[in-house]
Design a protein around this ligand. Structure first.
Ligand SMILES: [Zn+2]
Ligand SMILES: [Zn+2]
Ligand SMILES: [Zn+2]
Length: 169
C-alpha cells in the first residue's frame, strides 16, 4: 500500500470501460433520495437533464443539453434547461465548471463538499478530487486577508491517467 492515496484524495471517476449505465442509475437514485429528504421535487425535466449531464464523465454545455433534450422532437427553451441546472446545482447534484462553462454530475452529492476538479485536456474527462487540505488552505488564506469566503472552485488542467496509459493502483 506504499503509493495508495488517502481515501479523501481518491479520484472519483471510474476508469474507461467501466459499466457507465451503473453510474447513471446510481446518480438518479441518489438524486431521488436527496430530493425526497429535502422535500424537493425531481420533476421529469430535472431528472432528464440530470440523466443527460450523466451521459459521460465529461462536462457538457447548457446548449448541448438543450440539443439533446430537443432531439426527441420537443422544443424546450434554453431557460428551461438553465432552471433545471440551477436546481440540480443547488442540490449539489451537478457542479458547474467555470473554465469550460459546462456542467458535470457529482458522484457523491449526499456529502457536503468543496471539490477540486482535474480536467483532462485530451479526453475532457473530469475527476473530482476532494482534498480537505486544499479547501482548508483557501479558507485560511482568505480569512488571513479578512476576506469572507462564500464559495470557491478549484479547476486544474492536465492529462488523465487513462490518456497517459497509466493504470491506477
Ligand atoms: Zn461512469
Ligand atoms: Zn461533487
Ligand atoms: Zn484523459
Amino acid at each position: 500500500m506504499a503509493n495508495s492515496l488517502p481515501t479523501a484524495s481518491r479520484p472519483r471517476t471510474p476508469p474507461a470501460g467501466h459499466d457507465h449505465e451503473h453510474c447513471i442509475a446510481d446518480a438518479l437514485a441518489k438524486a431521488e433520495t436527496i430530493c425526497e429528504r429535502h422535500g424537493a421535487r425531481l420533476t421529469p425535466m430535472r431528472r432528464r437533464v440530470l440523466e443527460l449531464v450523466w451521459q459521460s464523465h465529461r462536462p457538457v454545455g447548457a446548449y448541448d443539453l438543450l440539443d439533446l433534450l430537443n432531439a426527441r422532437g420537443r422544443r424546450h427553451a434554453p431557460i428551461a434547461v438553465y432552471r433545471a441546472l440551477d436546481f440540480l446545482i443547488e442540490r449539489g447534484l451537478v457542479h458547474r465548471l467555470a473554465s469550460r462553462n459546462a456542467f458535470i454530475g457529482c458522484s457523491h452529492p449526499a456529502e457536503p463538499h468543496t471539490a477540486q476538479f482535474l480536467i483532462c485536456e485530451r479526453c475532457h474527462a473530469v475527476t473530482e478530487l476532494e482534498d480537505k487540505a486544499i479547501a482548508g488552505a483557501i479558507r485560511a488564506g482568505a480569512s488571513h486577508l479578512g476576506f469572507t469566503l462564500a464559495a470557491h472552485v478549484v479547476e486544474a488542467q492536465g492529462v488523465c491517467a487513462t490518456c497517459r496509459g497509466q493504470v491506477l493502483p
